[in-house]
Design a protein around this ligand. Structure first.
Ligand code: 13P
Ligand code: SF4
Length: 324
């Protein structure tokens, strides 16, 4: 598959892009009857041209209901793959097929099958940040915005495996009082924040509220005034009377926060090193230019076998039925 991905991406390197990419993308959108769906972690230009920006749950719901013929997915592979699982007859384009996810990579199907076999009679609830293979081995999918709600609907005597994110899993255990068997996966971006530097920043900005995504480590979450999915964090910032926020999640979301409440201040939570590690290297593989070429060439597209699609569809449908 990777060879195909490279071959497909090479198409993007043979010609000059138009000068006005925004206008060219708008024209292609009409021509293809396409919808552009983007995650909050995409670069600002992509967020600005998207028809819909959202968190993983919002994006899945929008993908499930779109009338467009083509879905241009500005996010990472598992997100575009979910859109394809829900829309087998639509063309689903991902600007860069190499846009993966460290969390999805941290749960290889063979090892997960052995983990499942070692825990018979367990219900498998998997975070949407996983491959179609892992989804196919799961009973229910969840996202960061509905994980607590979904786990709390399961009868108390039913043992549960929660995969692949150990930090979200620990957070759900705390919120529900349930004992979950956790797969030990994690996200490189959300594990990059330094608790020591965060405490120093809180002292520097005593009036700022700290907000965090539940993929962060417990030491970071312990300092948060509010914990939620990307959409929930955005809503919190809109509704809160605070005028400054320390944001412990991927820094791309600050573009949307700043747009919605320009008078408020958003400070990225500090990573351990002097790097841009709070930018997801996978999400940032997509660029406006690659998005243009994907639409122009109708590639790279997401493909998966019908057998795998049907197996992965069931737990996603269960999630959509169980979500509010
Ligand atoms: P959301 O569910 O908030 O969209 O999170 C997705 C994600 O990849 C976080 O790293
Ligand atoms: Fe995956 Fe982390 Fe990037 Fe989200 S931020 S897509 S979990 S690597």
């Amino acid at each position: 598959m990777f060879t195909t991905a490279l071959a497909q991406n090479n198409l993007t390197q043979t010609a000059e892009p138009p000068l006005d990419l925004f206008a060219a993308i708008q024209a292609l959108k009409q021509e293809l009857n396409a919808v552009i769906l983007a995650h909050y972690y995409q670069e600002p230009d992509i967020q600005d041209i998207a028809d819909y920006i959202g968190d993983s749950l919002g994006l899945s719901k929008t993908a499930a209901n779109t009338n467009a013929d083509v879905i241009v997915f500005a996010g990472v592979h598992f997100m575009a793959e979910t859109a394809k699982i829900l829309n087998p007859n639509k063309l689903v384009l991902l600007p860069d097929l190499a846009a993966g996810c460290s969390l999805a990579d941290s749960c290889p199907p063979k090892a997960f099958a052995a983990f499942k076999a070692a825990h018979p009679n367990h219900l498998v609830i998997s975070y949407i940040n996983c491959t179609a293979e892992i989804k196919a081995m799961s009973d229910i999918i969840c996202t960061s915005s509905n994980a607590v709600h979904i786990v709390s609907q399961i009868p108390k005597n039913q043992p549960i495996i929660f995969a692949p994110d150990r930090n979200l899993g620990k957070y759900v255990m705390e919120q529900t009082g349930r004992d979950l068997v956790l797969w030990q996966g994690s996200c490189i971006v959300h594990e990059t924040f330094s608790e020591k530097k965060l405490v120093q920043l809180k002292i520097e900005y005593p009036d700022a509220q700290t907000i965090a995504h539940p993929e962060c480590e417990p030491g970071i979450l312990a300092h948060a005034n509010y914990i939620g999915s990307t959409t929930a964090l955005l809503k919190y910032c809109q509704q809160s009377s605070a005028s400054a926020f320390i944001v412990a999640t991927e820094s791309g979301i600050i573009h949307q926060m700043q747009k919605e409440t320009p008078h408020k201040r958003f400070i990225p939570a500090p990573p351990m090193n002097t790097c841009a590690c709070n930018e997801c290297p996978y999400m940032r593989l997509n660029t406006l230019e690659k998005l243009y070429w994907a639409m122009k060439n109708r590639t790279p597209e997401i493909k998966l076998s019908e057998q795998m699609r049907l197996a992965a569809l069931q737990p996603i449908q269960r999630m959509l039925e169980m979500s509010v």
